[in-house]
Write a protein that binds this ligand. Structure first.
Ligand code: IMP
Length: 176
């Protein structure tokens, strides 16, 4: 067992309400269109699985793995691809689904990686964004919650591989 102390940061109820709103907004934008939703692993798999169930279009799911934190609490700035898309996205309407934008480096890398494959369109959604932590300008089409520069876990987000299974988002309170 970990000795990390956690406190609720965003409740399960508030997350679910927000995810539904995001799904409805994305559905309205993609009305009547087929969509490729790209889940960025590992952090966004929980958000992704809830979000796609609120999208009212034909959705094809793709998975793209990156690693940028290397298990710690600060971003390395380096992005390593751990899993590539299984199918081409050329000519498709693509929705990129991220868990959190911190420095913005990963999101910008991901956008460039997707655009290099020539989709018909690309829009981005992140559940969380830390505006005060941005190191580079980073535009995201849909943002669930803007949060302070705090390290958070749960709902897919981890600390050293743990806590992804929490149904809410928690702040790491103290280490002993
Ligand atoms: P960025 O490149 O600094 O924007 O980092 C983005 C990635 O870092 C995210 O996809 C997460 O995997 C991870 N990350 C950033 N902030 C946190 C956090 O507060 N908790 C857990 N992971 C985080």
């Amino acid at each position: 067992m970990s000795n990390l102390k956690l406190s609720t940061y965003i409740s399960e109820e508030n997350i679910q309400k927000k995810v539904k709103e995001l799904g409805q907004a994305i559905s309205a934008k993609y009305k009547g269109k087929d969509l490729v939703a790209v889940c960025i692993l590992k952090g966004s798999f929980v958000f992704f699985s809830d979000l796609i169930r609120h999208i009212d279009s034909d959705v094809q799911c793709e998975f793209f793995g990156v690693s940028s934190y290397h298990g710690g609490m600060s971003s390395s700035g380096e992005v390593k691809v751990t899993l590539d898309l299984a199918h081409p996205i050329e000519g498709k309407d693509v929705l990129l689904v991220e868990d959190i934008v911190d420095t913005g480096l990963t999101m910008n890398y991901l956008k460039a990686a997707m655009l290099s494959r020539k989709p018909k369109s690309l829009i981005t959604v992140t559940l969380l964004e830390k505006p005060d932590a941005l190191k580079v300008p980073c535009e995201v089409d849909y943002v669930g919650f803007k949060i302070k520069n705090d390290f958070v876990v749960g709902y897919g987000l981890d600390y050293q591989g743990l806590y992804r299974n929490l149904p809410y988002i928690a702040q790491v309170q103290s280490l002993n």
